[in-house]
Write a protein that binds this ligand. Structure first.
Ligand code: KIV
Ligand code: ZN
Length: 503
């Protein structure tokens, strides 16, 4: 009989702290619903005290999902804990996740305090949270670098004060797997009352050890893991949900079950990646583009004969429709024919020979052969271009000048032009689009963020546009933030279901 491991997903809290990855409330709810379908046990929805926007998102997520516990983060500070409790009011099952730094470095440099005072604050925060919620998780920040004897005292004290879950983060990702496993084993053996609570871990990936450390902790007795989709999170990220889940599934001898519907992993990965505009590295375990791809001729031949020769996981198990053989100049006819079949094109005999010849010529001049290239060679056209397309944009902006814009765009194959003044260059450009399409849409949310830093940085724009009482989401990125804003607006307009965009 397997033991159950609880999956606590913090994509919407630790993951969302990544610079440039902020989501709108609608997007967060979309991710929360995908996590619910995936079967996670707890969703950490945000940190309500950090901003009114975060508070609102936690409230919305709390009422949007019903199966998982919805959790809100709070420092061991009265007002944080009260705000967390307030934001969780609409949750079917809510949890306050409060805590404080327990390592000597945090106690001394961050809080200018002492071990005894921190212990008292930890107990007071837990009691307050427990008065406001039946479910309280306490985190000992930087537990990875906290002295085990002191850590055990804090854990025991917060359990006595009413914590139902105790979380042991390796906040800086510093621990080695055996050391982190021993820390968990030490707590399991030396803390009175530990068997009445769930012991949780939260591992960061600064040294690439987040998954290994999480796994060691599970082996030592942790029964909840804090993870994120695609392993996103502060700095180098957190332990990745899909890796932990698939490791445990691939090793039944560990006797641990997660309850996750693994066939939804790929979808969740791509949803988070596209909403946060954070690409998944091609060689990422489980969900990377190349995770199930075989490019050498020998590997391709083996996989075509029997997948198990080079694949330990079936891509269907994680929701990938099929593994893709990367097509290069070294690929054979069989690989090309198989890709064509996946793309819905049947080629055999002399037709396959002709296609293969064309393919080899292309592969000689281009290393990365895409599905579009294959369809092109096979005589199948590319998918239809978006119905609304920006062809030209010129804006005048600056101090002491009148802001105005001129635009040329193609809508359903017809070119249109307009010019307009406005209250800033973006407003002027949007007014041009409205002149062409009719003033039937309203911007409800408009978020501009720099991807990184520097004056040459790319700006990301998230926009919500209301049309006939429905909100449509648009996204674009460009080094020119006015262009990015206009393209984000057009991205949303392209989703309108109406037959005629130009009245
Ligand atoms: O890394 C960390 O310690 C955290 C805590 C807030 C759990 O994210
Ligand atoms: Zn963290």
């Amino acid at each position: 009989m397997s033991e159950r491991l609880l999956i606590f997903d913090t994509t919407l809290r630790d993951g969302e702290q990544v610079p440039g990855c902020q989501l709108s409330t609608i997007e967060k709810v979309q991710v929360a619903r995908a996590l619910e379908e995936l079967g996670v046990d707890v969703i950490e929805a945000g940190f309500p005290a950090s901003s009114p926007g975060d508070f609102h998102s936690v409230e919305c997520i709390a009422s949007a999902v019903s199966k998982p516990i919805v959790c809100a983060l709070a420092r061991a500070v009265e007002s944080d804990i009260e705000l967390a409790a307030q934001a969780l009011k609409g949750a079917a099952r809510g949890r306050i996740h409060t805590g404080i730094g327990t390592s000597d470095s945090h106690i001394r440099y961050k809080f200018n305090s002492t071990r005894e005072d921190i212990l008292e604050q930890a107990v007071a925060a837990t009691r307050l949270a427990r008065n406001l919620s039946d479910d309280v998780e306490f985190y000992c920040e930087d537990a990875g670098r906290t002295d085990n004897v002191y850590l055990a005292r804090v854990v025991e004290a917060v359990i006595k004060a009413g914590a139902t879950v105790v979380n042991i983060p390796d906040t800086t990702g510093f621990c080695m797997p055996d050391e982190f496993g021993q820390k968990i084993a030490y707590l399991m053996e030396n803390v009175n009352g530990i068997d009445h609570v769930t012991l949780s871990v939260h591992c960061h990936n600064d040294l690439g050890l987040a998954t290994a450390n999480t796994l060691q902790a599970i082996r030592a007795g942790a029964r909840q893991v804090q993870v994120t989709v695609n392993g996103i999170g502060e700095r180098a990220g957190n332990a990745s949900l899909e890796e932990i889940v698939m490791i445990l599934r691939s090793h039944p001898e560990l006797g641990i079950d997660t309850g996750i519907d693994t066939t939804r992993l790929f979808h969740a990965s791509r949803l988070v990646s596209s909403l946060m505009n954070m690409p998944v590295q091609a060689n990422k375990a489980i969900v990377g583009r190349n995770a199930f791809s075989h490019s050498s001729g020998i590997h391709q031949d083996g996989v075509i004969k029997n997948r198990k020769t080079y694949e330990i996981l079936d891509p269907k198990e994680v929701g990938m429709l099929d593994s893709s053989l990367i097509l290069t100049a070294r690929s054979g006819r069989a690989a090309l024919q198989q890709r064509c079949q996946l793309l819905g094109v049947e080629v055999h005999g002399p037709e396959l020979d002709r296609l293969y010849e064309k393919f080899l010529k292309l592969a000689d001049s281009k290393t990365d052969i895409s599905d579009m290239d294959i369809l092109g060679l096979a005589g199948h056209s590319e998918p239809r271009r978006q119905r609304v397309h920006l062809d030209y944009l010129n804006v005048t902006s600056g101090l002491g000048v009148e802001h105005c814009a001129s635009i040329r765009m193609t809508i359903d194959g017809q070119q249109h032009e307009a010019s307009s003044p406005g209250n800033g260059p973006v407003d002027a450009a949007i007014k041009c689009i409205k002149k062409i399409t009719g003033n039937r849409m309203t911007i409800r949310e408009f978020l501009i963020q720099a991807m990184d830093r520097g004056s040459d940085d790319t700006g990301k724009v998230h926009m919500q546009v209301e049309f006939e009482n429905v909100l449509y989401y648009g996204f674009a990125a460009d080094t020119d933030i006015v262009t990015a804003a206009v393209q984000a607006f057009i991205c949303a307009v392209n989703k309108f279901p109406c037959e005629r965009l130009v009245l």
